[in-house]
Ligand binder design. Structure first.
Ligand code: AMP
Length: 375
């Protein structure tokens, strides 16, 4: 990818380095509940500090929409960072300033004032052309941090040179979010498995009844074309777990029958997970693969009645001899829920960024680094 790395920054003793990190972590009642992304930046921080640099870190947190909003204060992150990297300064939430998302020149200037170099270790934000991602490399010697480097090293070869069979497992709510990456990955993958809420738009395209399941009607035609063109590579569920009339997601007490069904969902019912037959079939594909990329849950795994499909995929990911990559977000949360994150070769810190990198092969934040004065 030809990105400048930390070694390309030259002498760092006594110099000031601006570090764009992705500390966009889940926070509950003012406390960080998962510090995975903060810890993932430590190799870069330690490298810089060991060479005598003073480090100022910055990150966005949530979506405060360009206004100061205490609910999105960076304070809980500062607390964690203070414990694991006490010498690092931390700026307030970048998105408190509207200039971050609009990539405003004056905001870039403010960020780089007094800084001698810039490091991007925010893989999870590198698909955004925001000020802190694309601005500083126009002016400062710049580098990819260790985390960003590792993400690219793992993800890039998936789209060009995966060990085969290469199996892609996609789930989650919406087809429209993933259509681009489905198109690219169908070209390189040997099998592409589709579960989660998005499978119902495909099932509808095949003529199945979908009851009250999630569907994107404006995508049905597109799904039909994909099935016609690439049907031999696409795997859809062969059975489902559904919730009957009166039932509520996340509230078993509300009643509503839960039943294993085929691929036709009766009126008034919702398909909320793949069924056991599909889980076994998808698991076998994963077990026989040499590379697997997984993004998106197979069902509403937050509700234990509908977690079995996602659990089966996570279990197979943990057992296969294949090189396993999980693309951030909800699938990483599911792995944590099942205690299996440690069994995966690479859990990406960026859900949206990993999909965009696989789809397009590049990201705005990476392009910016390649244009830096020292690159
Ligand atoms: P995404 O953000 O697109 O990755 O979607 C993740 C969300 O999709 C999770 O919160 C799941 O609960 C939800 N989901 C997965 N399967 C289904 C389904 N069959 N019906 C409704 N929501 C689902």
């Amino acid at each position: 990818m030809n990105l400048p790395t930390l070694e390309d920054l030259g002498e760092l003793s006594g110099r000031r380095v601006l570090l764009r990190a992705d500390f966009n972590v889940p926070i509950r009642d003012g406390v960080v509940v998962d510090d995975f992304r903060i810890r993932a930046t430590l190799p870069t921080i330690d490298w810089l500090i060991e060479r005598g640099a003073s480090v100022t870190a910055c990150s966005h947190l949530g979506r405060p929409k360009g206004r100061v909003d205490d609910r999105y204060s960076i304070e809980p992150v500062r607390k964690v960072l203070g414990e694991i990297a006490p010498d690092v300064e931390l700026l307030e939430n970048l998105r408190f300033d509207p200039g971050e998302e609009s990539n405003d020149a004056a905001f870039v200037e403010k960020l780089i004032a007094g800084q001698d170099a810039y490091v991007n270790d925010a893989f999870g934000a590198s698909h955004r052309s925001h000020a802190s991602v694309v601005g500083p490399p126009r002016f400062l010697p710049s580098a990819a941090g260790r985390l960003l480097q590792r993400e690219i090293e793992v993800l890039s070869p998936l789209r060009t040179d995966p060990a085969r069979p290469f199996v892609v497992v996609l789930g989650g709510a919406k087809v429209s979010d993933k259509l681009g990456v489905i198109g690219t990955l169908l070209r390189v993958a040997d099998s592409l498995v589709i579960g989660g809420g998005m499978c119902f738009t495909f099932l509808k395209a095949q003529g199945h009844a979908i009851g009250d399941s999630l569907v994107e009607d404006d995508m049905v035609e597109t799904c039909r074309e994909l099935l016609e063109r690439e049907g031999d590579k696409l795997y859809l569920p062969i059975d489902l777990t559904a919730l009957g009339p009166g039932g509520e997601i996340g509230d078993p007490a509300a009643g509503g029958e839960v039943r294993q069904i085929g691929t036709d969902v009766p009126d008034g019912w919702k398909g909320l997970d793949i069924g056991p037959g599909s889980a076994a079939e998808f698991g076998d594909l994963i077990m026989d693969a040499r590379t697997v990329f997984w993004n998106g849950p197979m069902g509403v795994f937050e509700d234990s009645r509908f977690e079995a499909g996602t659990h089966a995929v996570a279990q197979a990911m943990s057992e296969t001899r294949a090189f396993t990559v999980v693309g951030g977000g909800d699938s990483a949360a599911a792995l944590d829920q099942f205690g299996l994150a440690g069994e995966i070769d690479h859990v990406s810190t960026g859900g949206g960024a990993s999909l965009e990198l696989l789809e397009l092969g590049d990201l705005p934040g990476l392009e910016a680094l390649r244009g830096a004065p020292n690159a």
